[in-house]
Design a protein around this ligand. Structure first.
Ligand code: GTR
Length: 327
């Protein structure tokens, strides 16, 4: 009896202790994910956002960054965000398209004239509207801010200068049918594949090339897997997105939501400065490593991809006009 009673007392104490712990522990740690390694512009900008959250809330809200895809590839991370296992993720908008089709307007080939045009769009009303669309979709995540993913160009084992040169080449694209169609229209065979599989697929000859911006081409080491040529097609200018799990967002007070939004927007602007520097640095490193930057007539690739814009852009006619009218 006594033994039982003391057991009960101990159990009550544990419950009380843990209840007390939960009640007093208002501290929140946001687990953040990025596929890129430590030091990459997006990673640095999100870490600095975490420091601001920490300072503004006196340690009540902190952020722990998990870079280098340690929490998984982007598709898997999105799923974790949706269930609230990961609170913040910086991901390519490419993988959001299949979940929130409205964002595919930004995922279309040559929808932006250049980087400056893309920035003007994401900084303006259209950028704000698309973040809202993500937040109000059934995707169970909140669009916090945009980041710069530069322009994507083709890196291949054989030199490519025209769409005809891509004939018979298998080129890795991100997981979104729109991108496979884009590569097929550009003259090659688009193969959908996760970022983490590209290196060995290049090495084993499963693919003949892929496409990305210079910082990703360098930090992924793909340039060491036989792709000597970097054709400057700039066919996709895809903004990247910073999202928060809706599960997490719904638990925040209005003041905390406003704070998260504010520091996210600051991260958008900070990343951009770091980004420009990293494009210059990594392009120089790629050139020093013997990668040939091949100039191409972009118009040929623009024209080749017209059917993709016609197919996917049909439901975005007004939006595409507003994008093209943005100065
Ligand atoms: C990078 C982008 C990543 C990832 C990767 C890919 O440019 O920053 O988010 O999407 O491309 O090709 O999968």
């Amino acid at each position: 009896m006594t033994f039982r009673r003391s057991l009960l007392a101990a159990a009550v104490a544990v419950v009380a202790l843990s209840a007390g712990f939960t009640a007093s522990a208002q501290n929140v740690v946001f687990k953040a994910s990025d596929t890129h390694p430590a030091g990459y512009p997006n990673v640095v900008a999100v870490e600095s956002m975490g420091k601001k959250l920490d300072a503004a809330t006196k340690g009540r809200i902190t952020l722990k960054m998990f870079p280098g895809a340690v929490l998984g590839e982007e598709k898997a991370v999105v799923e974790q965000v949706q269930i609230g296992a990961v609170q913040i993720a910086r991901i390519s908008l490419g993988v959001i398209g299949p979940i929130v089709p409205e964002v595919d307007v930004f995922n279309m080939p040559f929808v932006f004239r250049d980087i400056a045009h893309m920035r003007a769009v994401i900084d303006g009303p259209i950028g704000a509207e698309l973040l809202e669309k993500v937040s109000n979709s059934s995707g169970r995540m909140i669009g916090l801010a945009w980041m710069d993913g530069g322009a994507r160009s083709l890196y291949t084992k054989k030199k490519v200068q025209t769409p005809a040169d891509l004939k018979g080449m298998k080129v890795r694209m991100m997981g979104n049918p729109l991108f496979v169609d884009t590569m097929n229209a550009m003259g090659g065979n688009g193969i959908s594949m996760g970022y983490g599989e590209v290196f060995s697929a290049l090495q084993t000859g499963v693919i003949d090339g892929a496409e990305n911006n210079a910082p990703s081409l360098f930090t992924s080491n793909h340039y060491t897997a036989g792709t000597k040529y970097y054709a400057q097609t700039n066919h996709l200018i895809i903004p990247e997105i910073l999202v928060m799990s809706k599960v997490t967002w719904d638990k925040l007070s209005d003041a905390d939501k406003a704070l998260v939004k504010k520091v996210s927007h600051e991260a958008q602007l900070e990343q951009r400065v770091l980004w420009d520097k990293s494009v210059a640095d990594y392009s120089a490193k790629l050139k020093a490593a013997g990668i040939e930057f091949v100039p191409v007539d972009q118009k040929l690739f623009y024209e080749a991809t017209a059917p993709v814009r016609a197919k996917y852009g049909a439901k975005f006619t007004d939006l595409m006009k507003r994008i093209s009218d943005t100065k």
